[in-house]
Design a protein around this ligand. Structure first.
Ligand SMILES: Nc1ncnc2c1ncn2[C@@H]1O[C@H](COP(=O)(O)OP(=O)(O)OP(=O)(O)O)[C@@H](O)[C@H]1O
Ligand SMILES: [Mg+2]
Length: 142
């Protein structure tokens, strides 16, 4: 039986570049306080940052639910927005629909989703085009 040690939800707002990355930073400091190993925090933070920026760039809003047990850190990012019609294509390194404005901000390499997949131990994407996207990922800590 997994003991829940910590759980918190965060709102992410579409278009809010000004606060981009703040949720990932907040979770990083919680993980430090919980004594999670730095290399695991680093992997989790990459995933959180990429997921957060994708909501800001491509969705209307999202709830990011962060849950820590003795065994793992689990994150569910459920957004409302346009969704992803072809998940396999979206997962292809280098594929991006980022606008010129997003690219000018340094985004749009098409590496966010592949980076999330490579940084975590479990990863899934569920999407309903026109409704939204849910990312679920897990980093094992024990
Ligand atoms: N939450 C989302 N809602 C709708 N579409 C998304 C979402 N996340 C990703 N996508 C789509 O998948 C594509 C690939 O995403 P990915 O994060 O890999 O790259 P990127 O955001 O375009 O560039 P980078 O992450 O390297 O800055 C995006 O360009 C976008 O079309
Ligand atoms: Mg991205």
């Amino acid at each position: 039986m997994k003991e829940p040690l910590y759980a918190e939800s965060f709102k992410i707002r579409g278009g809010d570049f000004e606060h981009g990355g703040e949720v990932a930073t907040r979770i990083k400091s919680i993980c430090k306080e919980l004594g999670i190993r730095p290399d695991l925090i680093r992997r989790l933070s990459i995933a959180n940052f990429e997921a957060e920026m994708n909501v800001i760039m491509y969705a209307d809003e999202a709830d990011l639910c962060f849950q820590v047990s003795t065994e793992d850190v689990r994150v569910v990012v459920a957004d409302r927005g346009q969704g992803i019609s072809d998940i396999e294509l979206a997962m292809t390194p280098g594929w991006s629909t980022a606008t010129a404005e997003m690219r000018a901000r340094g985004f749009g390499a098409g590496l966010g989703l592949p980076n999330i997949r490579n940084s975590v131990d479990e990863f899934r994407v569920d999407s309903r085009p026109g409704a939204g996207t849910t990312l679920t990922y897990v980093v094992r800590i024990a």
